[in-house]
Design a protein. Structure first.
Length: 238
């Protein structure tokens, strides 16, 4: 298998109410990109939040108040940094409230329903292009025990977010016992190679994958509480 990741340049600044599918199709046309069956269109959370009106003024309440509103559970806290669980089940810094790539004095909040957004985009893009597509909505998260940030999937449609390989044989013929691949996260991470935060490229096309298997949402990537060995932190409030 050979996988290609193509940045999609030339999208205009996204504003509330914009039709993201139409903007993406127009940008593909200008760039000479012809979508093919099983392409995955990867879009950043930031343009989804802009289109859905999830960019808010920081004042008068301040960022901390917005973080509190978006937080379902505080996992850990250190000075002004809060690691929080959002209403979606994501565990991330400041409940996903972020000031990058939005106007001065504004904050972006995570989309209300990233999987629903991904499904809506997938359906609209397929109608416009006539080919079968997947869609992944990404955000940038830190990771426990590792430095640096990486793109992860917060929304997914048209492909399995997880691929369960348990029971299949490894290269030596031994059965795999615990291997469940986070396919949507791997696609999201690959897309980050061509659409960094400072590049002004909020969409990428990932080509060469197989989208076989029952489509599952990004919500399936969230580990349920009963499987979470690290649910509490010494820095969390009592």
């Amino acid at each position: 298998m050979s996988v290609e990741v193509h940045p999609l340049r030339g999208l205009p600044e996204v504003t509330p109410g914009d039709d993201l599918a139409a903007l993406i199709v127009a940008a593909m046309s200008r760039a000479g990109i012809r979508p093919a069956n099983a392409d995955v269109v990867v879009v950043t959370q930031k343009i989804v939040s802009k289109a859905e009106g999830r960019v808010v003024p920081e004042q008068p309440d301040g960022k901390a108040a917005w973080v509190a509103r978006e937080t379902r559970r505080v996992v850990a806290r250190r000075e002004e940094l809060i690691i929080a669980e959002t209403r979606h089940g994501f565990v991330c810094a400041n409940a996903g409230v972020d000031a990058s790539n939005v106007p001065q004095g504004a904050l972006s909040l995570l989309p209300i329903d990233p999987d629903g957004t991904a499904e809506g985009l997938r359906a609209a893009l397929e109608r416009a292009t006539g080919v079968r597509l997947g869609v992944v909505v990404t955000d940038t998260f830190g990771r426990p025990w590792r430095r640096g940030l990486v793109n992860v999937a917060i929304g997914c449609a048209g492909l399995p977010s997880l691929v369960d390989l348990r029971g299949a044989a490894d290269a030596n013929g031994r059965p795999l016992e615990v291997t469940v691949v986070a396919l949507a996260d791997e696609i999201a991470a690959a897309s980050g190679l061509v659409m960094g935060k400072a590049d002004g490229i909020p969409v990428a096309i990932v080509r060469g994958l197989s989208l076989e298997g029952k489509p599952t949402p990004a919500a399936a990537l969230v580990r349920p509480p009963e499987e979470d060995l690290f649910r509490t932190s010494a820095d969390a409030p009592p």
